[in-house]
Design a protein around this ligand. Structure first.
Ligand code: SF4
Length: 347
């Protein structure tokens, strides 16, 4: 199967201006060589702490700004070097749901007009009856009452607004949806409802989804694969079961240790990372994670690890995998990873 979305060696550097004349004095290495692909009907979650570059990847894939380097191929067509005119018909194929449902909807447009806009802009329907029928179907899909199309955005709750944002993304009949922290601003119970809705829509429509989130607990039950980002790079990517059950990067291990495991009476140790994420203007030499890694050794400070296979469909960038198995702390199963592996295996 050909992937619907392929991203190769994507880089996005932003200039840092300074001095009296606003000259460029440095670069923010926001995304620094990221590659992945997504198949139809698949969810890839991009996770990491705030500032790791995951949202920049989403915006770059949507071509909201030019890339510094790399390629983005959508449904077999390279889109990173297309002009705005060439890109226009393809924009329909990739849509986005942003984090904040309050600022994402035009407060001066009724829901009907918000949903009709992409339908007419992309030429999906032109006759009023066809547009109204399609708007009604979109409301059904996101489980909102049809008669709510005559209301204004401020008349809805946060969760309902996010449903409208999802309906607007679906209005263009896309192949890929980028969800950029799409549930982060919602209450816990509403989060679960929106995640369930996205899962159902994906299964029904065969959508590919790039799900960007800082919260591993959210992605655990809804993703197929996970890519973990740290300081502009992917440090681990694997199927959900492998990543949650047997993490192969110390950063993933630390992130997972903060995700609660619901096993009565079990004791699980949280790994607290030292210090803050270093500045993307001056990333550390060698492994970018070495300033916070509990296992860092001499080689880590000098040599950057490559993202290599550590198992079937499981890639990680860590020098520990060059050590003999008995000396590699990442290969030891903990109570938490064994429990997750068993849970996900049974799912
Ligand atoms: Fe830690 Fe070294 Fe592995 Fe980087 S390469 S994650 S510093 S052990």
């Amino acid at each position: 199967m050909n992937p619907i979305l392929q991203v190769s060696d994507l880089k996005k550097h932003f200039p840092v201006k300074g001095g009296l004349f606003g000259t460029t004095v440095g670069q923010v290495y926001a995304v620094d060589g990221v590659s992945f692909e997504i198949n139809r009907g698949e969810t890839l979650s991009l996770v990491g702490e705030s500032g790791c570059g995951k949202s920049t990847v989403g915006k770059a894939v949507l071509r909201l700004f030019p890339l510094t380097a790399g390629q983005v191929v959508l449904d077999g067509k390279r889109i990173d070097d297309m002009s705005a005119g060439e890109l226009r018909p393809l924009r329909r194929k990739i849509q986005v749901v942003f984090q904040d449902p309050f600022s994402s909807l035009n407060p001066r447009m009724k829901v009907r007009d918000i949903l009709a806009e992409p339908i007419t802009n992309f030429g999906i329907a032109t006759a009023k009856d066809d547009i109204d029928r399609r708007v009604g179907e979109l409301m059904d899909k996101v489980r909102l009452p049809r008669d709510a199309v005559n209301r204004w955005p401020h008349e809805f709750s946060g969760g309902q607004r996010q449903r409208i944002c999802i309906a607007r993304a679906l209005a263009a009949d896309p192949d890929v949806i980028v969800c950029d922290e799409a549930v982060s601003a919602l209450d816990v119970s509403v989060k679960a409802q929106i995640v369930n809705l996205l899962q159902d829509l994906q299964a029904e429509l065969g959508l590919a989804m790039l799900f960007i989130s800082h919260d591993l607990a959210i992605v655990e039950h809804m993703t197929h694969r996970v890519a973990v980002m740290y300081l502009g790079k992917i440090v681990e990517v694997a199927d959900k079961r492998d990543l949650f059950g047997a993490p192969r990067h110390p950063y993933t291990e630390a992130l997972l240790s903060a995700v609660p495991v619901m096993e009565p009476g079990a004791q699980f140790q949280r790994i607290i990372l030292k210090g803050d994420v270093p500045s993307p203007i001056r990333p550390p030499p060698g492994c970018r994670f070495h300033t916070r890694c509990p296992y860092a050794f001499e080689r880590c400070r000098k040599e950057e690890p490559k993202l290599v296979a550590t198992g079937s469909n499981h890639l990680a960038a860590c020098h520990l995998h060059d050590l003999p198995e008995a000396e590699n702390p990442l290969l030891k199963t903990t109570g938490a990873t064994a429990f997750r592996a068993a849970q996900l295996g049974a799912a």
